[in-house]
Design a protein around this ligand. Structure first.
Ligand code: FES
Length: 270
């Protein structure tokens, strides 16, 4: 984990309200694991912008702007504009300075050999699943079930397809893919293949429904939780969730930032 000041290489709106930011990040390709996140802060801002957590979407190299210099290593985040902080982020441009702390947290493990892998993403929850898919396609059949309210919420699915992932899209209003919830697609998939295992990230109601479906069928499940985070390193306890066995007399809390954000379903008190 490191704290470093760096610069933005690109920042682009990819769907209404959804943005993709590429940040120069030496060492990212070797250091970042699927499911990890970073804390992001705009540097030199006059407004007091707190650090905010963002899942790492992908890492890579791009050619240098300057002839003869080696390729530039980067990481990418995807974000949705939901308030003042993310609105400010959307106004940043190539070359603007930012401060990053990361990579942070525990990511996905590769799951159990021999099982088909089903990734379930809800809206911006798709972000941590891309690097997981990159890792899993080498040796497993991987499917992505992507859900959103409307077609605007369905982002970067073609990039999963380029990895060789089979993709299934559903929207609540039927504007793209099947009409309905992504969890209905998950049920169909698991009815056809009860030996699969599931990796999910999205809003909590979706994760609770995914948990219920997987538990009923005794299908292994890993989830990446979204949480409000102030420090990102286990110091403030602002991100805790209840662990399995939690009770008022015997509280068991887990730090989403340090012990997660990825948990095996059986670690959590649902
Ligand atoms: Fe501070 Fe997790 S964000 S402990």
């Amino acid at each position: 984990m490191s704290n470093f000041k760096t610069r933005i290489l690109a920042n682009q709106e990819i769907s209404p309200g959804y943005w993709r930011m590429r940040i120069q990040a030496p060492g990212a390709v070797a250091d970042c694991r699927a499911g990890q996140f970073l804390m992001f802060r705009v540097q030199l801002s006059l407004l007091p912008l707190l650090r905010r957590p963002f899942g790492i979407f992908r890492t890579g190299f791009q050619p240098s702007d300057v002839d003869g210099l080696p390729p530039v290593e980067y990481l990418e985040i995807l974000y949705k504009v939901v308030g003042q902080g993310t609105a400010m982020m959307s106004e940043l441009h190539h070359g603007d300075r930012v401060e990053i702390l990361g990579p942070l947290g525990r990511g996905f493990d590769g799951g159990e050999p021999g099982r088909r892998k089903i990734l379930v993403g809800g809206g911006i929850g798709l972000v941590p699943l891309y690097m997981l898919a990159e890792q899993l396609v080498d040796g497993s059949e991987v499917r992505l079930l992507m859900g959103g309210r409307t077609r605007d919420d369905i982002i970067v699915v073609t990039e999963f397809e380029r990895l060789g992932v089979q993709t299934y899209v559903s929207t609540e209003d039927g504007s793209l893919g099947d009409r309905g919830l992504v969890t209905a697609v998950l049920q169909q998939q698991l009815d056809a293949d009860p030996d699969a295992e599931v990796f999910a990230c999205g809003p909590l109601p979706m994760l609770e429904a995914v948990y219920g479906i997987c538990r009923q069928r005794q299908v292994p499940l890993q989830v990446s939780l979204e949480a409000l985070m102030a420090c990102g390193v286990g110091a403030c306890l602002g991100c805790v969730v209840k662990g399995v066995g939690h009770s008022e007399t015997s509280p068991r809390f887990l730090c989403t930032c340090k012990e997660g954000p990825v948990f095996r379903a059986e670690q959590l008190a649902w």
